[in-house]
Design a protein around this ligand. Structure first.
Ligand SMILES: *Cc1c(COP(=O)(O)O)cnc(C)c1O
Length: 385
């Protein structure tokens, strides 16, 4: 029985809360690989930590509750979670991915799964007609991100879910950019939710982790089998750290988003900025759809400087905002998608989907927004040729 109604409380009290035996308010770190058995075939619910570990289970039940799914699974990285979910399929199956999925997701499909005969096709999931056409009978799954990396492209999750369902394909949503605090894809018809918990859920740029949540018992059993069989599980201490981080998700996200809205406005009005991609400003392409399916536009902004400004120099002139891969931490980070996060995507495909060499991606942190604006403005000024 849950005694709370709201997600802010679920973040703190959800899943398996505390420790029944001692009353400890935090789940202990069960740093053990194995468990004593009371007799042959008589165990206390745990045999070996790859198969099950109480600290990992506390995290898994927490993420399942937050996403409103049947079961959750914790992995050693976001890519390990994606790999486990893709292992639900087999040779001859095909998956449709949206045009700007995470570079690593594209890479594992193109360079690993394709070798085993699992095919992929890229579709523009913002164009529902084109998307429906891509759904040939051999398509068993659709994998999308909304907003997607790095152009913040918004896909209508319910519309895509309906079409996928009518064709017998599962819908997988990588919800890394939004977290369950801002968007819950299962409520919009998705079957599986993926997270790189390295990002907002971890939130402090100090751990690598991945999570998956499934809607049905049948998928839960299949994914648990794969998790145990392939073994990319999250360690007990990292599971503990992630539970600890998730408790403060709502306060962090509120500040991330507030800062992002302010910086998006600043960039939009800046004469040196050519384009701003941010789903939280009303004239953005996916604003209305995003507003229907998410609590806000999140805290990722991409933009391009006008001609006459040197992008390389801009990166070098930033003093607070660090040039680094990754996103979703308390500190603001910038990256250059063409040479960093999306370098594994061939140039032709990259240019075609709009990931130009001048594109800058900003992960807005929770610092005082006045310091961030000052840093952005002075780096832009110094980048003038
Ligand atoms: C980072 C990221 C991943 C991969 O996660 P890792 O934890 O780095 O393995 C997957 N999807 C998205 C959207 C990401 O940003």
């Amino acid at each position: 029985m849950k005694n709370y109604e709201y997600i802010e409380s679920a973040l703190i009290h959800g899943g398996i809360y505390g420790d029944e035996r001692t009353g400890a308010v935090n789940t202990p770190v069960y740093q053990t690989s194995t468990y004593m058995q009371d007799g042959l075939g008589k165990n206390r619910g745990y045999e070996y930590s790859r198969t099950g570990n109480p600290t990992r289970e506390a995290l898994e039940s927490l993420i399942a509750e937050l996403e409103g799914g049947k079961a959750g699974f914790a992995f050693a990285s976001g890519m390990a979670a994606t790999t486990a979910v893709l292992s639900l399929f087999q040779s001859g199956d095909k998956i449709v991915i949206s045009s700007n999925v995470y570079g690593g997701t594209f890479r594992v499909l193109d360079k690993v799964f394709q070798r085993f005969g699992f095919q992929y096709v890229i579709a523009d999931t913002t164009d529902l007609e084109a998307f429906e056409e891509a759904l040939t009978p051999d398509v068993k799954a659709v994998l999308i991100e909304s907003p997607a990396n790095p152009l913040l492209t918004v896909t209508d999750i319910s519309a895509v879910a309906k079409i996928a369902k009518s064709k017998g394909a599962l819908l997988i949503v990588d919800n890394t950019f939004m977290t369950p605090y801002l968007q819950r894809p299962l409520e919009h018809g998705a079957d599986i939710v993926l997270h790189s918990a390295t990002k907002y859920l971890g939130g402090h740029s100090d751990l690598i982790a991945g999570l998956a949540v499934v809607k049905t018992q049948e998928l839960a059993e299949r994914l648990h089998f794969i998790q145990n069989a392939t073994g990319g599980v999250l360690q007990p201490f990292d599971s503990f750290l992630l539970i600890r981080s998730i408790k403060t998700l709502s306060v962090r996200m509120d500040r991330h988003v507030r800062n992002a809205v302010e910086l998006a406005k600043l960039l939009r009005e800046h004469k040196a900025v050519k384009t701003v991609y941010y789903p939280g400003i009303p004239d953005f392409q996916g604003y209305e759809i995003n507003k229907r399916q998410a609590k806000s536009g999140g805290a990722m902004i991409s933009f391009e400087l006008r001609e006459g400004y040197d992008t390389h120099r801009f990166f070098e002139e930033l003093k607070i905002i660090a040039l680094a891969e990754s996103l979703g931490g308390v500190e603001s980070l910038v990256c250059h998608p063409a040479s960093m996060t999306h370098a594994s995507i061939p140039r032709e495909i990259r240019e075609k989907v709009g990931i130009t060499d001048g594109l800058i991606r900003l992960s807005v942190g929770i610092e005082n927004v006045k310091d961030l604006s000052k840093d952005l403005q002075s780096a832009i000024e110094r980048a003038k040729l």
